[in-house]
Design a protein around this ligand. Structure first.
Ligand SMILES: Nc1ncnc2c1ncn2[C@@H]1O[C@H](COP(=O)(O)OP(=O)(O)OP(=O)(O)O)[C@@H](O)[C@H]1O
Length: 234
């Protein structure tokens, strides 16, 4: 498997407080990689460093190509669109913002791809939570990224919308994109992830495919493993 990103020995402190103690993380091509771990364990800091938004105090990150930033899509939890405008208008503004010359036909195709073909004319603030999330993902796909970071893509969505987002993520992965996502929902992680990396207190505590982890920890579910590995954390 081609390596997209290789982070080695990442250390980071905020002031005097060390929060990452030597993180090693590999993102492979075509993977759907879940980053899990308790609140405050260092997941966002790790991802920010990989995205080049923060500098590590020690360690290195290498990428699969030159100028990786323009081939990476990032969906953060906040909604990136203008509420009073339709999905298509938002796509247009976003494309202009990024200097991309995309026709309405291409933008509609992008919406279609994310299951929003019928919602192109709907105002963003009148879309359901699931549709808004799909619009946020559609926007990150505008420049056809090879690597996609999704921060809790299904948080606060109802079961149907979750399922739709999962389907979308799987479709994107099948089309060749590598996907990294965070989630606190272990059932979902099991359904979606081809590999799981668990970060606890600034260290990689466990890593492997869901089945490898279940076998290694002799557990029935990822939730059991999570509880087992975080028992000592207050
Ligand atoms: N800019 C900052 N300045 C100081 N401390 C910070 C800063 N950002 C994060 N931290 C601290 O670093 C630790 C790791 O935070 P981080 O956001 O990476 O964790 P996380 O695993 O992503 O948490 P969550 O699941 O809540 O998003 C936390 O204790 C947090 O309070």
């Amino acid at each position: 498997m081609q390596t997209m990103v290789q982070a080695s020995g990442i250390q980071k402190a905020y002031g005097k407080r060390a929060v990452l103690h030597g993180i090693d993380l590999t993102i492979g091509k075509g993977e759907v990689l879940a980053i899990i771990g308790p609140n405050g364990s260092g997941k966002s800091t790790t991802l920010d460093i990989i995205l080049g938004l923060k500098k590590p105090d020690a360690g290195t990150v290498s990428y699969w190509r030159e100028n990786p930033a323009s081939h990476i899509g990032v969906q953060l939890q906040s909604t990136p669109f203008f509420p009073g405008f339709s999905a298509l208008e938002n796509m247009r503004m976003f494309a202009a913002f990024y200097g991309l010359k995309l026709s309405d036909k291409e933008l509609r195709a992008q919406l279609e791809r994310c299951g929003l073909g019928d919602a192109a004319g709907t105002r963003a603030d009148r879309m359901s939570g699931g549709q808004q999330k799909r619009l946020a993902i559609a926007m990150t796909l505008m420049h056809r990224p090879q690597l996609l970071f999704l921060d809790e893509p299904t948080a606060a969505l109802d079961p149907r919308a979750r399922k739709e987002i999962r389907g979308l993520i799987q479709t994107l992965a099948e089309s060749g994109a590598s996907i990294v996502f965070t989630s606190h929902d272990m059932e979902e992680v099991h359904k979606l992830a081809t590999r799981v990396v668990m970060i606890c207190e600034g260290r990689v505590e466990a890593s492997g495919t869901p089945d490898e982890l279940l076998a290694k920890y002799d557990a029935d579910s990822l939730e059991d493993i999570y509880i087992q590995l975080t028992d000592h954390i207050q």
